[in-house]
Design a protein around this ligand. Sequence first.
Ligand SMILES: *Cc1c(COP(=O)(O)O)cnc(C)c1O
Length: 352
Amino acid sequence: MYYMEYAITITPQAERQVKDTTSIPFGQQPTEHMFIAEYKDGEWHNSRIVPFTNLSMSPFALCLHYGQTVFEGMKAFLMNDGRVNIFRMDKHYDRFSKSLERMCMPQVPKGLFTEAMHQLIQLDSNWIPNDEHGSLYVRPFMIASEDRLGVKISDEYLFMIVCTPAYQYYAKPLKVKVEDKYARAADGGTGFAKCGGNYGGAYYPTKLAKEQGYDQVIWTDSKTHEMIEESGTMNLMFFIDNTLLTPPLSGTILDGITRDSLLTLAKEMGIATDVRPISHKEIQAALEAGKRVEAFGAGTAAVIAPIETIAIGGKEYNCYTREDATMYKLQKALYNVRKGMATDTHNWNYII
Ligand SMILES: *Cc1c(COP(=O)(O)O)cnc(C)c1O
C-alpha cells in the first residue's frame, strides 16, 4: 500500500550503525530516524522523516504547561520469514483518534498515519531485535506546540513518531499492592485516553508503593476502592476456576490492545472468558480458599507481566506463576501470530 496523497520527504542518515542494544534499559536508545509533521491553520504540513534530533520550541509552548499531549505505544516485530510486522496498527490508530478527540486535538488522517509508520519502520528496520522477546517499540505522539501562555486549546501541534529497540520489560514476576486511597482516574475523566496527565498523576501513589517494596499498584475505582481497574500501563487479568477474568472497559480503564488480543485468542483456544466487574474481595476470597490464582498485567510494553505477590488490605498472597500457567500459553499464542507462526485470522498483522 502506498498513499501517494501524503508526500513524506525522507532525509536518511549518512551512516547507519546499529549498536548492541541488548543491555540498554528500555526507552533509552532511539533508532536513527523520526517522523514529524506540523499542524497549523487547520492542516498538516511538512511531513518528513529526518535523523533523530532534539526539538526546539518556545518556553511558551502550550504542551509544556497544560498537558495537552497524547501518545500511543505499539510494536513492530521481525517475523520468522524475515518480513516486518506492525502489530494491530488499525486498533492503535483508532485509540489514538479517541484520545485526541478527548483532548481537543486534531485527527491525523489514517493514510498519513499509516504511511508515516510504514516508511519510518522500514527505514529503521535493522534496529528490530531478532531475539525471542525482542521488538521495535514505536511511539506515535502529539503535542500542543502553539506558543501562548494562556490556558487555551492550542491551534498548532506536532505529530511525531519515534522508535526504540525493546526486550523483556520486567525481568522477574511482580509484587503489587491493591491501592485503597489514591485513584488514577474517575468517572467522566480522561482514564480511557492515553494522555500525558494520567501518568504524571500516578507517580506519587506508585512511589509510595515502591517505598513499601512493591513494583506497582493495582488501581481501584475512585468511589469505593473495591473494584479492580488496572495497573501501571497494563490491564489486569486473572485466571481463576479455569476462567480468564478481566474488568470491563469503562471510562476509567484504557482499552488495551493486548487485553483484547488475549481475550480473543483465549476464546479460540477454548478457554472460558468472563469480562465483568471484579472486586478485590473476590480475589482475596479465592486466595484465602487456597485456590490456584493466576494474576498478570497485559500491555504492549511488557506483553504479559506475571504477578507473584499481591497485597490486599495489607495482607500478602502468592499467585501461581509456574511454567505451566495458562498466562504463558496465551502469551505464546500471541507470539505465534506476531511472528507469523500461526495464521493471522483477524488481520492483526500489517506486513511491510
Ligand atoms: C497503554 C496502556 C495499557 C495497555 O494497552 P495496550 O494497548 O495493551 O498496550 C493499559 N493501561 C494503561 C493505563 C495504558 O497506558
